[in-house]
Design a protein around this ligand. Structure first.
Ligand code: NAD
Length: 285
């Protein structure tokens, strides 16, 4: 870092309102680092996401030390990296890029972020039989994390059945000892009746997409319910689940832990997860 600030960016579209810069910079300050974290909104700068390779070249040339990469560039960025960490390569998605002296390295902190957040927020929860609702990029990371946590039977459900089938196939190939199925949305009643838990990984429940992703009559008190939506933290799904007496996990746990892992990769220092969590929750309000 040699006397100049550590410079980090968040690249994607619609990243302006992101809480990540404030979260990283506060943690950096607590470590005594001169840590500057800026958003690079591709819409604002008028650069198509397909030109992410040029953004990497310029970011390195302009002195950036690292980038977080988000929608819609997590897959697009991969061909432009010198090295991709094995877990990120298997997921086919990178959300953290570190500019080392002689190479550019990609990582994915979403999957470990969910895994760590799950262990923190739902300790001892049974993970044998889990339903994953949402087979997008975040669903892929969560599915991988659940199988790493020891899930024996994972069922992937998405309104787009082809997406669910494709993700189930990828996860199954990487976790041959587990049973990973895809299922149609109208089978949720049967699936949830016998499941230990439900993870919700669609955008439903975000401030821009309010409401429930499924009929709340399908929930039951024997089910734990994890939401990865974190704006707001108390989604309609979690509110309904709590009313029934379900154990719940909000999306803040994953959001904080993907950030703690990224902070560590970028700075080489151990993040204080409890401090980052308190700060995150004060920012979300
Ligand atoms: P995405 O658009 O790639 O995928 C969303 C998927 O959900 C799509 O396949 C879509 O067909 C499906 N879907 C939408 N509504 C559905 C419904 N009612 N039932 C079943 N399937 C439905 O989005 P993504 O990148 O995977 O992100 C999803 C959400 O995850 C985001 O909106 C964000 O709120 C959240 N997220 C949270 C974190 C975190 O750290 N907590 C990290 C990443 C994303």
């Amino acid at each position: 870092m040699g006397g100049r600030p550590l410079l980090v960016g968040l690249v994607g579209t619609g990243v302006g309102p992101s809480l990540t810069p404030a979260l990283h910079m506060a943690e950096g300050r607590a470590h005594g680092l001169d840590y500057v974290y800026r958003t690079i909104d591709l819409d604002d700068v008028g650069v198509a996401p397909e030109r992410i390779g040029e953004i990497l070249t310029w970011a390195r040339a302009l002195g950036y030390d690292a980038l977080n990469v988000t929608h819609p560039c997590k897959q697009l960025v991969i061909p432009h990296l010198d090295t991709v960490d094995a877990a990120a390569a298997a997921l086919g998605a990178v959300n953290t890029v570190v500019f080392e002296a002689d190479r550019t390295v990609g990582y994915n902190t979403d999957a470990p972020g969910f895994g760590t957040g799950f262990a923190e927020g739902l300790p001892g929860a049974d993970t044998d039989d889990v339903v994953l609702l949402g087979a997008g990029g975040a669903g892929a990371a969560v599915g991988h994390a659940l199988l790493e946590l020891g899930t024996d039977h994972l069922v992937v459900v998405d309104l787009d059945v082809d997406r669910a089938t494709a993700l189930a196939g990828q996860l199954s190939a990487r976790h041959p000892n587990a049973r990973v199925d895809a299922s149609a949305f109208d089978k949720l009643a049967v699936l949830l009746a016998q499941a230990d838990g439900l993870v919700h990984a669609t955008p439903t429940g975000m401030a821009e997409h309010p409401g429930l992703p499924l009929d709340e009559g399908l929930l039951h008190p024997g089910l734990w319910v994890a939401d990865i939506v974190y704006r707001p933290l108390d989604t309609a799904l979690l509110t309904a689940a709590r009313r029934l007496g379900c154990r719940t996990l909000d999306g803040g746990h994953m959001a904080v832990h993907q950030a703690t892992t990224a902070f560590e990769l970028i700075t080489g220092r151990a993040a204080d997860a409890a401090r980052m969590s308190r700060h995150f929750r004060s920012l979300v309000g």
